[in-house]
Ligand binder design. Structure first.
Ligand code: HEC
Length: 156
């Protein structure tokens, strides 16, 4: 007899708390934390592994994003030899050289794009979702291998 009443008042209390605290996301976050503790700890994926799989459609999207947000400094082909780079006296790597990004991890590139680096502005969430950034990284790494379309052309 008492139990339903307790549950009900707990719900009401929770709702009052949720309505009056400025951070109503706290409760779900706490619950999620509890669940994570109960669940067997899944091995964390290595941070440097790009979680997205390239598809032609996603790479097409990345190409557009690159043209919109990145090419102005890094160049259409990624060689970094742009007027703006010259004007801003930027020191940019030449991504058409396979060696340029060889020693950098995906995570490093991700952080540079997400948070910005030196004179490079961050591409914030409003402009590119995390998955967009991961796809951009695949796209950028691909610049040293030539555009996908270039494979169709006969190499003389
Ligand atoms: C205003 C010019 C500018 C724009 C726009 C810009 N970058 Fe950069 N980017 C830089 C500069 C400068 C660096 C070197 C920063 C440093 O090492 O101090 C850099 C570095 C990077 C790096 C780290 C690896 C490297 O080559 O040094 C990545 C990855 C990168 N940019 C990706 C992007 C992507 C993707 C975009 C578009 C979303 C973008 N950048 C837009 C100027 C720019």
């Amino acid at each position: 007899m008492l139990k339903p009443f307790l549950v009900l008042s707990a719900v009401i209390l929770f709702e009052i708390a949720a309505a009056s605290t400025p951070a109503p996301t706290l409760a779900p976050a706490l619950a999620a934390g509890r669940m994570a503790q109960e669940a067997a700890p899944a091995p964390a994926a290595p941070a440097s592994t790009n979680p997205v799989k390239p598809t032609p459609a996603l790479q097409e999207k990345a190409k557009k994003l690159y043209a919109r947000d990145c090419a102005i400094c890094h160049g259409d082909n990624g060689n970094g030899k742009t007027d703006l780079a010259k004007d801003m006296q930027l020191t940019l790597l030449d991504w058409t050289d396979p060696k340029a990004l060889a020693t950098k991890s995906d995570q490093e590139l991700f952080d540079a794009i997400r948070k910005g680096k030196g004179k490079m502005p961050a591409d914030d969430m409003g402009r590119a979702k995390n998955d967009d950034v991961w796809n951009l990284i695949i796209y950028i790494r691909g610049l040293s291998k030539g555009q996908p379309a270039a494979a169709d052309k006969p190499s003389n």
